[in-house]
Design a protein around this ligand. Structure first.
Ligand SMILES: NC(=O)c1ccc[n+]([C@@H]2O[C@H](COP(=O)([O-])OP(=O)(O)OC[C@H]3O[C@@H](n4cnc5c(N)ncnc54)[C@H](O)[C@@H]3O)[C@@H](O)[C@H]2O)c1
Length: 463
């Protein structure tokens, strides 16, 4: 297939749902051939070591400003370029870097700014913090320029785009990683380590949710055309699970997806989307232009995935009703269960492990036993750098650890924790869950972006 020129992507964007329907018929979960010579698999890919990594931050809005601030604190990283559609924001990024004591980065602005940044020779890596609608276009451009590419969640939004990212990264031999900060959540990492250590025995099921009330934030966004026609625009015409990475990525790593198992098919069901519009009507009045925009996106979506090895994963996402911020991750196995709940409600972990076969479990571990469990499987990264991470901040430190980790891997010639195949797999849920929701939860095959390499990729990973 074609590697998705930016013109192609613009066309796909324009065709929207219709294009997805065609893609669905054309691609399904059809297996692709192994990479052609010169496009060898990037499983376990190690890029040439870089002592210092020159990073370009693209998109200096809410998330991008945080990224600039964090990256200025990551050893061996220098923000050498910043870019935003809006000149003042690029300038703000420039000022932040100078204030942090570094050389003034070059600022790029306007719709073609990211292209000039990629061609400037000033960056080894780009950190893309723009709105969803531009992730694919920018990521494909930077990959074509052979620049390591880090993309905010939810990555790209269609299967065509996901394949284009895989093929372009393979061809240009560079990393493309989802900036999945939740994988660096302290308790999530403990859960992943314990699952990898086999404490639960053979795994059966993973369960996860991302419940984050963003109506008020969206309320502010409603006031600004700029925002409503960016990330939110996706929710006007699309439905399904549009933001799956926070719930899926940590569970996916814990269950060794793309490392001995892979996602096979999904079914998705969602409640009708009425809450965004109702919120706007009540907040801004029925005649406000924003109150006339209806969103197709499900208010509450539940997506269930089956893996090739017969495990299941259940994901839930809701952003539209009043509730405390909650992410929880649970893993069930032959020997027991681990469940973590992060932020919003008090972070907590519940662990139940069967001690004698058939003995069952009457209660979760408590007190010293639980503490000992958590310490045993606590992430080495958190042990070593947790205090600094908490000081730098960013979702309690996990954002900093994510940036610290990928930069450490590149500086030390190590493979990254998450591959371009994870990127594509997680990105594909957007389109596949939408297809399922629109077809009475019909099962949708999930493509094997590794093209068979999942069978021989060793399990494990993270620290
Ligand atoms: N991982 C997390 O915890 C987390 C949290 C919040 C947001 N996000 C993600 O971060 C991304 C940005 O979200 P945000 O809330 O910061 O949005 P935002 O609207 O505040 O910022 C986006 C910025 O990107 C700029 N931009 C858009 N298109 C551009 C282009 N083509 N070239 C250059 N600049 C461009 C906009 O002008 C804006 O300044 C989204 O993908 C969102 O999903 C992730």
């Amino acid at each position: 297939m074609k590697t998705g020129s930016t013109a192609d992507i613009g066309r796909r964007e324009f065709l929207g749902r219709a294009a997805w329907a065609v893609t669905a018929a054309a691609m399904g979960g059809a297996a692709k051939a192994a990479p052609a010579p010169g496009e060898a698999s990037l499983v376990g890919f190690v890029a040439p070591k870089l002592e210092k990594i020159r990073v370009g931050v693209i998109g200096v809005g809410g998330r991008g400003s945080g990224a600039v601030r964090r990256l200025c604190k990551v050893p061996g990283v220098e923000v050498t370029a910043v870019c935003d559609l809006i000149e003042d924001r690029a300038k703000k990024g420039q000022d932040m870097v100078k204030k942090a004591g570094f050389r003034e980065p070059k600022a790029f602005a306007g719709p073609e700014g990211y292209k000039r940044l990629c061609e400037s020779g000033l960056v080894d890596a780009v950190h893309i913090n723009t709105n969803w609608t531009s992730h694919a276009e920018i990521a494909l451009y930077s990959l074509k320029c052979a620049i390591h590419t880090f993309v905010e969640v939810p990555g790209v939004r269609s299967i065509d785009e996901a394949w284009a990212v895989v093929e372009t990264a393979e061809k240009n031999r560079c990393h493309c990683m989802m900036l999945s900060n939740c994988c660096y959540d302290e308790d999530a990492m403990t859960l992943i380590n314990a699952a990898h250590a086999g404490i639960l025995g053979e795994l059966m099921h993973g369960e996860s949710c991302y419940l984050h009330e963003t109506r008020d934030r969206q309320g502010q966004a409603f006031l600004s055309r700029e925002k409503i026609f960016s990330s939110l625009a996706a929710l006007i015409d699309h439905t399904g699970m549009c933001y799956c990475v926070h719930p899926l990525a940590p569970i996916s790593l814990a269950m060794n997806i793309n490392r001995g198992d892979r996602l096979d098919y999904l079914v998705s069901v969602g409640s009708k989307g009425f809450a965004w519009q109702e919120f706007a009507r009540r907040k801004f009045g029925p005649d406000a232009p924003v109150s006339k925009i209806s969103f197709e996106a499900n208010d509450f979506n539940t997506t269930t995935i089956s893996t090739v090895n017969g495990k299941t994963i259940e994901l839930r996402q809701c952003n539209n009703c009043p509730m405390p911020y909650t992410r929880f991750y649970s893993i069930y196995g032959f020997n027991g269960t681990i469940a973590t709940q992060s932020r919003g409600l008090q972070p907590s972990m519940r662990v139940a492990i069967e001690k004698t076969l058939g003995g069952g479990v009457k209660s979760f571990l408590e007190g010293k036993e639980l503490d000992a469990f958590k310490e045993k499987y606590r992430s080495a990264l958190w042990k070593k750098t947790g205090d600094t991470a908490k000081k730098v901040g960013g979702h309690g430190g996990m954002d900093y650890l994510m940036d610290l980790r990928w930069s450490h891997c590149i500086r030390n010639g190590l493979p990254l924790d998450m591959s371009v195949y994870d990127f594509a797999t997680w990105s594909s849920i957007f389109e596949l869950s939408e297809r399922s929701v629109r077809n009475r939860s019909q099962a949708q095959d999930i493509p094997d972006f590794t093209r068979g390499a999942w069978k021989t990729t060793p399990p494990g990973g993270l620290l």
